[in-house]
Design a protein around this ligand. Sequence first.
Ligand code: ELE
Length: 214
Amino acid sequence: MPQNIKKTEAIMTAAPVIPVLIVEDPAKAVPMAEALVRGGLPVIEITLRTERALEAIKLVADNVEGAIPGAGTVMTAAQYEKAISAGSQFIVSPGATPTLLDIADAFADVPLLPGAATASEVMYLLERGYERLKFFPAEQAGGAAYLKSLSSPLAAAKFCPTGGVSLDKAPTYLGLPNVLCVGGSWIADAKAIANEDWAGIEERARAAAALTGR
Ligand SMILES: O=C(O)C(=O)C[C@H](O)[C@H](O)COP(=O)(O)O
């Protein structure tokens, strides 16, 4: 089944930046998400890289008005199902496999943003009807110059570059014709969450929400 491009694009264009989060303690998820929403970043990717990430997603889904929580690092059918039961409104994966795309077909209401880093990976996803993709790992794979060079031959594909993106690097990506938003952990890193630095997270969210392309 092809990707629901309209729905995926709505997630990608709600704000210029998708904060990527590693949440160890679910008790911190609600104030963290509230700070992000106050700062203007409603789309919140909680990675399934911690034991209690699903609890964090559920708490945000149930308690934070205006938040659009999603699950990151989703790679298996079991994770996919659990992420959606917890209230994920979108799913992000670092790459794409035929199995993962088959699972996505079973949950077609919830958009999947699959990762790609090479022309062949993008071509495979286009073949499967996926045009809204994550470019991962963005900086390490070749950065904005590399992604720009995909825009002409693979014009249908539009990306959310993630991996090594910072406040300084984001505007160059956002200025590319094939970029809709960027993702990154700099707004709320593990330390800021552990220290309950909600004011700092809100401030970085506000700066991220104001980013435009250059
Ligand atoms: O696990 C996933 O599915 C991911 O999304 C990986 C993230 O892209 C990176 O963790 C981004 O992190 P930074 O490079 O710190 O901004």
